[in-house]
Design a protein around this ligand. Structure first.
Ligand code: MG
Length: 149
């Protein structure tokens, strides 16, 4: 399955909303961002089970910046869709939503936004909403993906 992850408030914290993986001072100086605790383990396990992992964000971070952060934590993903590309593709398809994972062939999109959940109903795509406060978020995702299979 092609699984995409949102960044802000899903994998990357806005403030202190969840615990994060270890990051060195030098990495911080180099612009590596914080990453939600458990992200590494979760993505590795999903990839081991044969899933393909993507990033789908409405932030304007460059793909290089996103890849730099992921690489620091040893994470490799397939596609990265940032807001620049998202806007371009959604406009070309005349879709008036903030996100539409089907446009990029993502089967399941994981996000923190209730707005995305509403769009999922309207545009008929699969999404899983994870709260920043969910301490068992890794388990929540794994359970849900098992049920989908
Ligand atoms: Mg978000």
């Amino acid at each position: 399955m092609n699984i995409s992850f949102d960044l802000d408030s899903t994998l990357i914290p806005c403030g202190n909303e969840f615990e994060t993986e270890y990051r060195s001072v030098i990495a911080k100086l180099l612009g590596v961002e914080e990453l939600r605790k458990g992200t590494k383990e979760l993505i590795f396990q999903l990839q081991k089970r044969g899933h393909t992992i993507h990033i789908y964000t409405t932030s304007f971070r460059t793909k290089n910046k996103i890849r730099k952060t992921l690489k620091y934590y040893g994470i490799k993903v397939n596609t990265i869709i940032n807001q620049k590309e998202n806007q371009y593709v959604l406009r070309s398809k005349n879709i008036d939503a903030s996100k539409y994972p089907k446009a990029f062939n993502f089967d399941l999109h994981i996000d923190d936004s209730k707005g995305v959940a509403i769009e999922a109903k309207k545009y008929n795509f699969e999404t899983l909403i994870i709260k920043p406060s969910d301490k068992n978020w890794v388990e929540t995702i794994k359970k849900n993906i098992k049920n989908l299979n």
